[in-house]
Design a protein around this ligand. Sequence first.
Ligand SMILES: NC(=O)c1ccc[n+]([C@@H]2O[C@H](COP(=O)([O-])OP(=O)(O)OC[C@H]3O[C@@H](n4cnc5c(N)ncnc54)[C@H](O)[C@@H]3O)[C@@H](O)[C@H]2O)c1
Ligand SMILES: CC(C)[C@H](C(=O)O)[C@@H](O)C(=O)O
Ligand SMILES: [Mg+2]
Length: 351
Amino acid sequence: MKIAVLPGDGIGPEVTREAVRVIEALDLGIAMEEALVGGCAYKAKGHPLPPETLDLARASDAILFGAVGDPDCDALERHLRPEQAILGLRKELTLFANLRPAKVFAGLESHSALRPEVAGAIDLLIVRELNGDVYFGEKGFRQTANGERQGYDIMSYSESEVRRIAHVAFRAAMGRGKRLCSVDKANVLETSQLWRDVIVEVAKDYPEVELEHMYVDNAAMQLVRAPGKFDVVVTGNLFGDILSDQASMCVGSIGLLASASLGERQTAHGTFGLYEPIHGSAPDIAGQGLANPMATILSAAMLLRHSLGLAQAADRIEAAVAATLADGVLGRDLGGTAGTAEIGDAVLAKL
Ligand SMILES: NC(=O)c1ccc[n+]([C@@H]2O[C@H](COP(=O)([O-])OP(=O)(O)OC[C@H]3O[C@@H](n4cnc5c(N)ncnc54)[C@H](O)[C@@H]3O)[C@@H](O)[C@H]2O)c1
Ligand SMILES: CC(C)[C@H](C(=O)O)[C@@H](O)C(=O)O
Ligand SMILES: [Mg+2]
């Protein structure tokens, strides 16, 4: 069993270090190999996703990813920017299904941005499509007839792209509360109308799942009004990106939300996938030991469960995280004082 470890930029290496320590402590006989990705890879090798990094990812059973993004690189041509590394990995490896669970931890209800009784009911899963949408359409700059500069990004989804993520979402709903909310903007966008039509077609294969459609603006509102009403949410790449950051604050902090990005490739141990916190490289706190590593530690647990068939080890990590939080070991993002390594130490002690 081999994991490619791609720490990336900013707080990426800080939070990844803690997740690696947790995996090592479980002594599962997993080999881990690190490679450069993002702005640091651009600076060292001239490209945010060097071929050797992609080769290592392909040759591994799973990828543990920190975060990419570096303000120094924001003026580079788009194809050289750090963010292209994560987009490239998702696309090149056909990791089209991004699972972003959001659940309130016992004892943390009062740390949510919502009222405790509202937050306490949150237990949802966002299934975000990851290989299509406006992210990967034709884009560029052009000049209009009157000589103005214009930026454009084409939004599109093909039926096969919607169908495959729909099946992932319906299967996930079958394994949970059997309720699925498909989020779109079909009142305005043709891309969303096709999305909705295909979701309705796929629903016929899952008669036990109660399906609801919701416009994304309403979904953003309902996520704050009554987040406990959601079970599984399926949506496109852009809406899923935005709603998952919002869901993180309903839970309490962006430093708590993990994710798995999966495709269809099976290895000898499970489903090949990439695992990362939903947050970014947080340049504002990088290098200070202030980042909350829980999202990355929880991503490591998802990795063990989905890609390596090690469900018991994953349960142990999740229980240790829950116990650590219940003890009140909280980072600054949650109003506490614990630093990155201190939080990692506390999780190790609870394993
Ligand atoms: N998958 C990824 O690698 C990924 C995801 C999101 C953003 N980014 C990139 O990261 C860079 C910064 O983006 P941003 O500031 O919009 O988003 P961000 O998620 O990096 O940070 C947003 C805010 O949340 C805080 N934060 C994030 N993670 C935290 C953690 N673990 N513990 C405590 N606080 C945390 C940050 O300090 C910041 O105030 C950009 O270059 C962006 O493109 C990368
Ligand atoms: C960095 C960026 C490309 C990425 C995305 O938009 O998918 C990030 O925001 C995320 O949520 O993983
Ligand atoms: Mg995001």
